[in-house]
Design a protein around this ligand. Structure first.
Ligand SMILES: Cc1cc2nc3c(=O)[nH]c(=O)nc-3n(C[C@H](O)[C@H](O)[C@H](O)COP(=O)(O)O)c2cc1C
Length: 215
């Protein structure tokens, strides 16, 4: 690869386009995408940065009837907010159950934090969030729509157990994937300059080189 002015001009336009044109796609068609596409999305997740190579990500791909099992948990969580004799209880249960069927493929995103004493749980969560972003970008690049959804369900111990997570495991949410059934507007972001402080930038040429580079 040719580096010009410290940049890889061949790579940046594609990366930028993928990052900037990816949008949350909440409406997808019921047709199941090809398994190879889902495998590619999962593979991309595993290239995320992760401290000490703990690879803390865990995935459960839910398709077909397996989604209804997730829906039963979602429905139960909704229903629990209402008294037994409240007619809204069953309406809300059905509404919750339907949520899991919004897309033909639902990927549960789990974190299994490394248990060594030098592993920081926050880093493990951050690594899995990076993995999830890889997945969203890859789905987008493959022409699929994806939505990362969390909500109270990620804290439900029964759901975490059903997904096979350990007592230390965390659930970061679910990525719903399918062929897009909506177009999305270009989104708006706050200009990064208003969220960034630059310190010492102009000193760069006047600061002596450190004796040695240490990571
Ligand atoms: C950790 C996480 C959890 C999210 N959970 C939800 C959710 O529960 N429901 C939802 O509608 N969107 C959820 N989203 C998606 C955001 O709403 C979406 O990214 C945001 O609106 C920005 O839109 P964009 O993805 O098109 O840039 C979640 C995103 C992240 C990163």
């Amino acid at each position: 690869m040719v580096i010009q002015n410290g940049l890889l001009p061949s790579l940046w336009p594609a990366v930028r386009q993928a990052i900037e044109t990816r949008r949350t796609i909440g409406k997808v068609h019921p047709d199941q995408p090809m398994r190879e596409a889902i495998e590619t999305i999962l593979e991309s997740a595993t290239w995320a940065p992760n401290h000490r190579l703990t690879e803390p990500w865990r995935f459960v791909v839910l398709a077909g009837n397996a989604r209804a099992e997730l829906g039963a948990f979602m429905g139960a969580q909704n229903a629990a907010k209402y008294a037994e004799d409240d007619p809204n209880r069953e309406i809300e249960r059905a509404r919750g159950a339907k949520k899991a069927l919004r897309a033909p493929v639902v990927i549960a995103i789990g974190v299994e934090p490394g248990q060594a004493s030098n592993v920081d749980e926050l880093e493990e969560i951050a690594a899995v969030a990076c993995a999830a972003q890889n997945m969203l970008l890859t789905a987008h690049a493959l022409g699929l729509g994806a939505k990362w959804s969390s909500g109270a369900i990620i804290h439900d111990p029964a759901v975490k157990q059903w997904l096979g997570l350990s007592e230390h495991g965390l659930l970061l949410g679910f990525i719903y994937i399918g062929y897009p059934a909506m177009t999305s507007e270009r989104s708006v972001r706050t200009p990064v300059a208003t969220l960034t402080e630059w310190r010492g930038w102009d000193d760069a040429n006047s600061v002596p080189e450190p004796a040695s580079n240490q990571s």
